[in-house]
Ligand binder design. Structure first.
Ligand SMILES: Cc1ncc(C[n+]2csc(CCOP(=O)(O)OP(=O)(O)O)c2C)c(N)n1
Ligand SMILES: [Mg+2]
Length: 283
């Protein structure tokens, strides 16, 4: 399986040098590897993406996809997996999309441990709408919406996901492509809700690449125990001279759709019930 088989003919309109290009390249490599190694067939991979610059990723990968409303990346993932447990589903959201408009979906799907991967393109800004603050915008960051600098305490997405019970909690960085590739591959192979907050540079509104590069380090090379919840919380606090990336937490837990359906595969149950007959049950 060649990576270019996932290339789409759509014209790419991201800004030159956008971190989204790095995420796109890595994801296509991971998909090719998954198909090559027999994990899935390409027609079993389905992605969903939100509204924002990141959302265009659905146009740029040739797999089945669902382009969602703003903040609604997660509900289609839930529907797909409940309908067909054999699918490999991956959601792509922006930091605004995931932590602002869509945060309630994210919370409940993480705690349910749906078998899905959720990748956040975290550029700390609403980029498509040309720079307003999001929940991860740092204090002091100046944009059109806060010309004197943001004064709101930012959300820590890793703490949020740990508190919700996500079974794979990680951080990636668009400035370290081999690391990001390995991280996304492990996330997609994880059985359960795999969450990655990707620190993504935005050349137009938040050019963090050079700022983060000297600080970022791989916590999995420094003896971090990924099964230690307290250590994961502690590591997730670190955000000054050093910024950890990698897997903070990973544990095994039964997945949502298995508990709901056992081995039933609704998509193959024939004849598919009519909408009327389903509604009849509730009359
Ligand atoms: C319900 C709703 N609210 C607001 C918008 C306007 N809107 C479109 S894109 C966007 C910003 C998206 O930011 P983010 O999710 O961080 O993605 P990025 O553009 O940074 O990749 C907003 C607010 C919308 N389309 N729908
Ligand atoms: Mg954003």
């Amino acid at each position: 399986m060649e990576v270019r088989e996932f290339d789409s003919p759509a014209k790419n309109t991201w800004c030159l040098g956008c971190g989204n290009f790095n995420i796109l390249a890595v994801v296509k490599q991971v998909m090719a590897e998954l198909v090559e190694s027999g994990d899935v067939k390409s027609e079993q991979i389905v992605i969903s993406s939100g509204i924002g610059c990141h959302g265009k990723i659905s146009d740029y990968i040739k797999v089945n996809s669902f382009y969602c409303l703003h903040g609604r990346v997660v509900p289609p993932l839930m529907g797909m997996k409940v309908g067909n447990q054999r699918l490999k589903v991956i959601g792509f959201a922006g930091d605004g999309d995931a932590y602002d408009e869509g945060v309630s979906h994210l919370i409940h799907t993480a705690r349910r441990n749906l078998d899905a991967t959720f990748i956040v393109h975290d550029n700390q800004v609403f980029a498509l709408t040309t720079s307003q603050v999001t929940p991860t915008t740092p204090i002091g960051f100046k944009t059109k919406s806060v010309p004197k600098g943001s004064f709101e305490s930012p959300l820590n997405p890793l703490h949020l996901m740990l508190a919700c019970g996500a079974t794979f909690v990680a951080r990636g960085f668009t400035g370290d492509i081999p690391h990001l590739r390995s991280l996304i591959l492990q996330a997609v192979r994880h059985r359960g809700f795999a969450f990655i907050d990707v620190l993504q540079h935005c050349p137009s509104f938040n050019p963090t690449l050079e700022k983060f590069k000297p600080k970022v380090y791989d916590l999995n090379k420094e003896g971090h125990n990924v099964e230690d919840f307290a250590a994961a919380l502690e590591k997730a606090k670190e955000w000054n001279d050093r910024i950890p990336i990698g897997i903070f937490y990973q544990v095994k837990k039964e997945i949502y759709e298995k508990q709901l359906l056992g081995d039933r595969l609704l998509a193959e149950e024939k004849p598919l019930p009519s909408v009327q007959s389903v509604l009849q049950e509730f009359m």
